[in-house]
Design a protein around this ligand. Sequence first.
Ligand SMILES: NC(=O)c1ccc[n+]([C@@H]2O[C@H](COP(=O)([O-])OP(=O)(O)OC[C@H]3O[C@@H](n4cnc5c(N)ncnc54)[C@H](OP(=O)(O)O)[C@@H]3O)[C@@H](O)[C@H]2O)c1
Length: 299
Amino acid sequence: MSATADGKPVLVSGATGDTGRATVRESLALGLDVRALVHKTDARSQALTGLGAEVVVGDFLDPNTLRPAMEGTRAAYLCYPVSPGLIHATVNFAQVAKETGVQTLVNCSQRSANRESASPSSRDTFISERVLDWSGLDVIHLRPTLFLEWLQYFWMLPKLQRGILSMPVGKGTSSPVAAEDQGRAIAALLLHPEKHIGTTIPLSGPVEMGHEQMAAELSEALGRKIVFENPPMEEYAAHLKEAGVPPYGVAHITGAMVDYQNGAMSGADNNIEELTGRRSMTVGEYARAHADLLNGVSR
Ligand SMILES: NC(=O)c1ccc[n+]([C@@H]2O[C@H](COP(=O)([O-])OP(=O)(O)OC[C@H]3O[C@@H](n4cnc5c(N)ncnc54)[C@H](OP(=O)(O)O)[C@@H]3O)[C@@H](O)[C@H]2O)c1
């Protein structure tokens, strides 16, 4: 039996991505019926079917594919990746939500959403929040800080496996947050959005820290020495390009790192615990849970 009286499913977009996948799993765990919007079918979408979600294929940039995905759902998680087209995707999503009578949108924004940012993604994210505010829909904006998944991203992991936490963040601080913990909060909001409509909720891990401290915590958790490296921005941009990050991603990361140096990612909150009854994990807890990958051990 569905966890909601109307029995309508919730829609999770970006469902094969980090927060989407966690949201599907946690929504099902709360007893919600879940429709998962994926970009294409593959092993990742099959895994969602295996969990019990109804999988539909669609493209944020084609509203005619969003309509069948949204039809009959009660609330939706909007999660567009860091790539060009966010404002276009947001407008399509909001329009189709209005056409299909979806009541509530939980919007994945970002902590550094800011119209003055050097990052095109952070600027577009700020404007997308405003577009959703005009839409008349019941909207909740989430502003997560740095994801702990950064430790696993393809431009970070090889260096981390060699003992280097390389990020041009200077003395910037954050309390990084795992996608898994965000999924619990998003599922709770999809189930009971009522008290949060019209709010902007920061999401973070439990402990704010600089990157020297993060390297020390990683060293302890992984059982080997990790050192923090703060490369010049041009050097980091060259590293990103060489690793294969597309130009928009390079522009976002380097711009967001400047925001980070200036305090945009700082602060810690207990919103995940408030929403779900369980606190978000620390850097050390995350590293222990993913130690084989972060240490480059294959089993
Ligand atoms: N990483 C951070 O530190 C951080 C911090 C704060 C906020 N954020 C925000 O988090 C969001 C990304 O979340 P995430 O990391 O959970 O996502 P993600 O892992 O990047 O996954 C994005 C998902 O969107 C799908 N997708 C891409 N283009 C699509 C399209 N045109 N139509 C339909 N689906 C499409 C992808 O499918 P395919 O892979 O099949 O294309 C993928 O499943 C961004 O908005 C970012 O601003 C990130």
